[in-house]
Structure formats: structure tokens, C-alpha cells
Design a protein around this ligand. Structure first.
Ligand code: IPE
Ligand code: IPE
Ligand code: MG
Length: 269
């Protein structure tokens, strides 16, 4: 993967670099989502439109991830979760799976030091064991090396499926109940959420999906209960800071009610 620009412009100490792309979005208080999650879709169509193999689309997609990380730092988004490989993506041809895992290995080797340098903490959610021991240790190393960073929390969803995650949580609670460690009455939303892989993290406020598709594809089903959804017509490899700001702008214009009535105080009306 070539690095045409420094990964993170904001990391430059003098601040003498070009104007931040975030200038396109002027946030007001509370308008910047704490947690943005992205379904990065459209790599294959991007490549097909250029007569290129699908891997070229995935490679260009990795560049879009770098731009997005930079956009998070520029806009002050503290949590970013990216859907890189779903539990259903194992249904793809073996050649594409091996291209994708090869790219991921490359990404881990190339990017971790730079991400760490600029204050990104990396975590992985999903069934990492399916990628084998070697990749498993690379993933663990990336988590360890970045564990003390606090500027941006980056979750990478790999072999991730929300239904898997929910079933695993239910299984753990059933086991605990069977062993008498928890009573069934004590299983509430908080106890359930504590068993999910991203326990303790804020729920996504904004979920972006690129490529024009309008579905969640088994992504963060529990956590997205009150997320704002923004669907963009751009293919993931073309996604840039302007699209990110467009999504943040759409988010800022939404009224989040969480089931309540904004015109009535709690318990009235
Ligand atoms: C998203 O792009 C990347 C992954 C799902 C791994 P796709 O590969 O799904 O691209 P399209 O949807 O076929 O264009
Ligand atoms: C969702 O995209 C998964 C990722 C972006 C990693 P897909 O392309 O796999 O989703 P479907 O199959 O169109 O729902
Ligand atoms: Mg797709």
C-alpha cells in the first residue's frame, strides 16, 4: 500500500499544513456524534466500473479508511467502528477471501505504528479465531501496542456478525444462570450489554453506509437501537472527508427523541 500523503495531517506539530477538510462542517454543541460506525460498501462495484479486479477496489477502500481516520481526528469524533469483513463474507469465493485477508495482514503491518503515533487505539470485534493463529497474534499485537492511546478509539469489525454476538452473550448468561452465578431476574439490558464484545463502549450515534444500499447487513444490531442512519450514494473507495462531513451535517440536522416527546418534560403530556 503506498502512502501518498502523511496518514494524519493533524499529527503535524506546527499545524502549518493545509486547511483541515473538517472546515466543510461547522459543528454546534452536541452536533458531533461521539461514535460513528461505517458499513464500507461498494469496493467491488468501484473496481468493476474501472475494469479492475475486485482486490483493486479493496485496496482503494483501505485508503478511504485512512482518510476517514483523519476526518475523525479533524472533527473530534472519538469512536469509529468500521465494518471490514462480515461473518457472511465467508460465503465469498476463496480467492477474494484470501485477497482480503492478505490486504488486512498488510494493513496491520504497515499502519499500526503510524496509528499508534497519532493516538489511535485499535480494537477488533468479531470472530478473529477464524483467520488463524498468525493473524490472531498480529491482531493481539496491534491491540497491545495501541492500548494506551486515547485520542481516537478505532474498532475494526472482522468476521463480525451481530446475531453471532447476541447469541454468544445469551449463551454466557445462560451458563452463568445455570451455574447459579446470576439469577434470571437479574438479566436486564445492562447485564446483557455487558456480555457483548464492545461492552462499556458508547453505542454508535451515527451509522453511515456507502454504495447506495440501505440495510444493516448484520452490523451492530443491538447497539444501533437509536443510531441515526445515513445512506450515501458514494462507493466506499471514493469516500473522503467531504462525504464524512456531509454525513455529520445530516446527523446534526436530526432530532433525536429516544422515544420521548421533546415538547413535553419527562412525565408530562
Ligand atoms: C465492501 O465492498 C467490502 C467488503 C464487504 C469486504 P464489496 O466487496 O461488498 O463491494 P460491492 O458491494 O460488491 O460493490
Ligand atoms: C456488508 O457489506 C459487510 C461489509 C461492508 C464488510 P456486504 O456487501 O457484504 O453486504 P450485503 O451482502 O450487500 O448485504
Ligand atoms: Mg457489498
Amino acid at each position: 500500500m503506498s502512502h501518498p500523503t502523511p496518514l494524519l495531517r493533524t499529527a503535524e506539530p506546527s499545524g502549518a499544513g493545509p486547511a483541515a477538510p473538517a472546515a466543510a462542517f461547522a459543528p454546534h454543541d452536541g452536533a458531533v456524534p461521539v461514535h460513528v460506525a461505517i458499513i464500507m460498501d461498494g469496493n467491488g462495484r468501484w473496481a468493476a466500473a474501472r475494469g479492475l479486479p475486485r482486490i483493486a477496489g479493496h485496496r482503494a477502500g483501505a485508503e478511504a479508511v485512512r482518510r476517514t481516520i483523519r476526518a475523525c481526528l479533524d472533527t473530534g469524533v472519538a469512536w469509529l467502528t468500521v465494518y471490514a469483513f462480515s461473518s457472511e463474507n465467508w460465503r465469498r469465493p476463496a480467492t477474494e477471501i484470501s485477497d482480503l485477508t492478505g490486504l488486512l495482514r498488510h494493513y496491520l503491518r504497515q499502519e499500526v505504528a503510524e496509528l499508534s503515533r497519532v493516538g489511535v487505539r485499535m480494537r477488533f470485534i468479531g470472530d478473529r479465531a477464524r483467520f488463524g493463529a498468525a493473524m490472531g497474534s498480529q491482531i493481539a499485537l496491534a491491540e497491545e501496542r495501541t492500548a494506551a492511546n486515547t485520542r481516537l478509539n478505532l474498532n475494526i469489525a472482522l468476521s463480525y456478525g451481530a446475531r453471532d454476538e447476541i447469541v454468544a452473550a445469551a449463551r454466557k448468561l445462560a451458563q452463568a444462570a445455570m451455574e447459579g452465578r446470576i439469577s434470571p431476574e437479574a438479566i436486564d439490558e445492562a447485564a446483557f450489554a455487558a456480555q457483548l464484545t464492545a461492552a462499556g463502549q458508547p453505542d454508535p450515534d451515527l451509522i453511515i453506509r456507502t454504495s447506495g444500499e440501505q440495510r444493516l447487513s448484520n452490523f451492530l444490531l443491538w447497539q444501533s437501537a437509536y443510531a441515526e442512519l445515513v445512506f450515501l450514494d458514494v462507493l466506499w473507495p471514493d469516500f473522503d472527508a467531504a462525504h464524512f462531513c456531509q454525513a455529520l451535517g445530516a446527523f446534526a440536522g436530526r432530532e433525536r427523541r429516544f422515544g420521548a416527546r421533546p415538547d413535553a418534560g419527562a412525565g408530562r403530556g
